[in-house]
Design a protein around this ligand. Structure first.
Ligand code: SF4
Ligand code: SF4
Length: 365
């Protein structure tokens, strides 16, 4: 017999139990909303109620003392509720119009900028990168901060052709949502994990081999001078996609490489299906060396892309829609980015693209 839903539901609590009073009262009744100024929305309900949503940027890492300050403000103006968006912004939902300016003053006093709505640069999504992960090829929060500082006016204003979503992921596992952003900054490893046989021999080798998603890991037997056998592994670099799963299972396979790690830039992705369907980001710049703490080369390229799009796109045209309209050759020309052989995907498992093009693997054309 099927169990009742309440007994099957082991996830987080039902969000409806936590709605602030005004949102609970008007649930399903919203008539329309409008953008009053960059960062401030007004929602109007069929019941006649209104709420004002003030959006602020927020850091990826927040001290608990700061969270207490945020909660004090929410207690004062927002019916004791806060909403963190999936782009790490904070939506402050205020039922009283006269509280909007007071809230803005208080949150800006804490250093949280109001903006990131409409045709502006929205908050930059980023993964933990070097701060807290074993797989990164770059420092996602550091790059996000440097890029955001440089484009800060675009966060507070509302004068881009359309919204601009920028994301940073430290590696291709894409915890930073880079696969579908207008501009995606993706950490790139360029060499497979380095095998340290002394450490690998202490790891569970069958699990290691089974965990590799591309079957790049094979067992290796080494005969020692005393005739005994040491078991380790080898990695087929042609098949490895630098996901770091093996390093998560075995410390003898470090993936980080100071000389070969860096950043790539991808463009034109989006999630929404407004006007055109969702799209994956495509490669624009294959590799830029890491240059912390301010990544000047990366920032210069991001600015070039934004400036070309801003100057040339039609109203409401997302980055990818603009590129589709003008064509990729024009994109490379207008941004001054070189098109190189690195833009051609020759990864060994890229069978689908290889076989649908006019030039196939092994062809002389
Ligand atoms: S994208 Fe890569 S580097 Fe970033 S948190 Fe995920 S696994 Fe770690
Ligand atoms: S990094 Fe990923 S693809 Fe490469 S060997 Fe390890 S598990 Fe396999």
């Amino acid at each position: 017999m099927a169990l009742p839903f309440e007994e099957l539901d082991f996830g987080p609590p039902d969000y409806r139990e936590m709605l602030p009073a005004t949102l609970a009262k008007n649930y399903g009744q919203w008539k329309y909303h409008e953008l009053l100024e960059p960062g401030v929305f007004k929602h109007v309900s069929k019941t006649g109620d209104e709420v004002y949503t003030i959006r602020t940027g927020a850091p990826k890492f927040i001290a608990s003392s700061t969270i207490r300050q945020l909660c004090d403000i929410a207690d004062k103006y927002c019916e004791s509720s806060l909403r963190f968006t999936s782009r790490h912004s904070i939506d402050w939902i205020v039922p009283k119009k006269e509280d909007v300016d007071k809230l803005k003053e208080e949150v800006e006093g804490l250093g949280l900028p109001v903006g990131g709505t409409g045709d502006s640069m929205h908050s930059i999504v980023q993964c933990t990168g070097w701060v807290h992960c074993h797989t990164p090829a770059t420092d996602s929060p550091g790059i996000a901060k440097a890029v955001c500082d440089e484009l800060f006016e675009e966060f507070k204003a509302d004068n881009l052709p359309s919204r601009l979503n920028i994301a940073v992921s430290g590696c291709l596992n894409m915890c930073g949502a880079v696969h579908c952003s207008d501009i995606a900054l993706l950490g790139m490893h360029r060499v497979p994990p380095q095998v340290d046989d002394d450490l690998v021999k202490a790891c569970e080798i069958p699990s290691l081999i089974a965990a590799c998603p591309t079957y790049a890991i094979k067992p290796k037997m080494m005969k020692n001078p005393d005739g005994s056998i040491t078991k380790s592994i080898t990695i087929n670099g042609e098949k490895c996609m630098y996901c770091g799963i093996c390093y998560g299972l075995c410390p003898g396979l470090p993936l980080a490489d100071a000389k070969n790690d860096g950043i790539s830039i991808w463009v034109g992705g989006k999630v929404s299906n407004t006007r055109s369907g969702p799209a994956f980001s495509r490669l624009a710049i294959p590799f830029i060396p890491n240059n912390p703490p301010r990544w000047p080369e990366t920032i210069a390229m991001v600015k070039k892309i934004v400036e070309a799009w801003k100057a040339d796109a039609r109203p409401h045209e997302r980055m990818g829609e603009w590129i589709e309209r003008i064509g990729w050759p024009a994109f490379f020309k207008k941004t001054g980015i070189d098109f190189t052989e690195k833009h051609i995907d020759d990864y060994i498992f890229n069978i689908r693209d290889m076989n649908v093009g006019t030039r196939v693997r092994g062809s002389d054309l």
